[in-house]
Design a protein around this ligand. Structure first.
Ligand SMILES: Cc1ncc(COP(=O)(O)O)c(C=O)c1O
Length: 403
């Protein structure tokens, strides 16, 4: 049978995207899905056969390849194999899953925890299970796409407030008719900007207006707080979050997502959230690796301290070299470039000198705010950070962004 050719808006969209990709490839400005053949200890990677300094990693504490974590994953494969046969309730609930959830609950100072097979899916399913038609969900404008998608999917009235603006949040809370259920959702650390939510004021407002508070800790676990447990520890406000969401794919070198909270909330999610009921359990190796990683964070507190030192060096060094790093206070460091072309040119120039950074361009960020989204981790040494900043500086000079 011949493949049919349809001339419509779907075809137009496919062609427009592919034309943009081809145009960028022709100019050597295409950095999407570059093949990494080796992760060398977290701080270095082999890309297209070239060794580069890794400044695009989410492995904030440098735990990729940690011997204890690798050994836990290998052991789990030896004991259970590589799969779980299916969903937890019907085929695949292992002791390992329960142990991982207990470890997460303890790490997050919560009564209980539930895991899902990705962070994206966690937000999607948890938001859409907790709120539905007739309820209100209120979200920061820069929240991660998975939160936005969960809000849209829920059918609840979806209100958004200006990024990190607590007056705007209060206005939204006042718009909710009395008696309606309200869920407020925000990232702890914003994934493109690296800034931290105004947590004390956010909590105060949720308490004042009797709203549930859900915080996405994808980029704050291992990063915020003396022991790396996250935003509550950072602000000395243990117990402030009702729904503590996080991922197992960033600081934790595995894959998956979780929610920690009160026992009755977690029991409810276990019986009502569709991604738990209708999607396969985490593979044994990933569950075991994640469990071991939470333990390593507590056993090796020097990693959080080193990450803090490296973050300070990176942000202040880039500022001294004339870059605008926006409001970041964390390991995610935006280097503002302006238009998409500048961000692409900076990336090419940095990669040609073996510093692996990647661009973030519109529509992921507003037009005019394209940037390098650089990251620093506990795996870097001070001289590697200094060298990367010098390379980024000369890339910036090449395009006239800084002097
Ligand atoms: C803030 C935030 N939440 C959720 C996710 C989704 O997590 P995962 O990649 O583990 O699915 C991400 C991933 O980039 C994120 O940055």
């Amino acid at each position: 049978m011949e493949v049919q050719q349809i001339d419509d808006a779907i075809t137009d969209r496919i062609q427009a995207m592919n034309a943009r990709v081809e145009g960028l490839k022709a100019q050597d400005l295409y950095f999407y899905n570059q093949p990494i053949s080796e992760l060398r200890g977290g701080a270095r990677v082999l890309v297209n056969g070239r060794e580069m300094g890794m400044f695009a990693s989410y492995s904030y504490l440098g735990l990729v390849g940690h011997p204890k974590i690798n050994a836990a994953a290998r052991d789990a494969i030896d004991r259970y194999g590589t799969g779980t046969h299916g969903v937890r309730s019907l085929a695949g609930s292992l002791n390992l899953h329960r142990e991982l959830e207990e470890t997460i609950a303890e790490f997050k100072h919560a009564e209980s925890a539930i895991t899902y097979n990705s962070g994206y899916v966690t937000n999607l399913t948890v938001v859409s299970t907790l709120v539905s038609r007739g309820d209100y969900v209120i979200s920061d404008k820069l929240n991660h796409a998975s939160i936005v998608d969960g809000c849209l999917m829920s059918g609840a009235k979806f209100l958004r407030f200006r990024h990190n603006d607590m007056e705007a949040l209060e206005e939204r809370l006042q718009q909710v008719p009395s008696g309606s259920s309200k869920l407020v959702v925000a990232d702890a650390v914003f994934s493109m900007d690296g800034d931290i939510i105004d947590f004390p004021r956010l909590v105060e407002l949720c308490r004042k207006y009797h709203a549930w508070l859900m915080i996405d800790e994808a980029h704050s676990v291992g990063v915020l707080g003396k022991s790396g447990s996250g935003i509550e520890e950072h602000f000395g406000m243990e117990g402030a979050i009702d729904i503590k969401m996080g991922t197992l794919s960033k600081t934790i070198p595995s894959v998956g997502g979780y929610v920690a909270g009160k026992r009755d909330l977690i029991e409810y999610l276990r019986h009502a959230s569709r991604a738990y009921i209708f999607s396969a359990a985490l593979p044994p190796a990933q569950a075991a690796a994640a469990k071991a990683a939470f333990e390593v964070i507590l056993e090796e507190p020097w990693r959080v301290e080193k990450l803090n030192r490296n973050t300070n060096q990176f942000i202040s060094g880039l500022k001294q070299r004339g870059f605008d790093t926006m409001y970041t206070e964390t390991a995610i460091v935006p280097v503002l470039c302006g238009d998409d072309e500048s961000a692409f040119a900076m990336t090419r120039s940095a990669q040609h000198r073996d510093v692996f950074v990647l661009p973030v361009v519109s529509p992921a960020v507003p037009p005019g705010f394209s940037r390098l989204r650089a990251t620093v981790t506990a795996a870097h040494e001070p001289d590697e950070i200094e060298n990367a900043m010098d390379v980024i500086h000369s890339a910036g000079k090449n395009i006239g962004l800084v002097s």
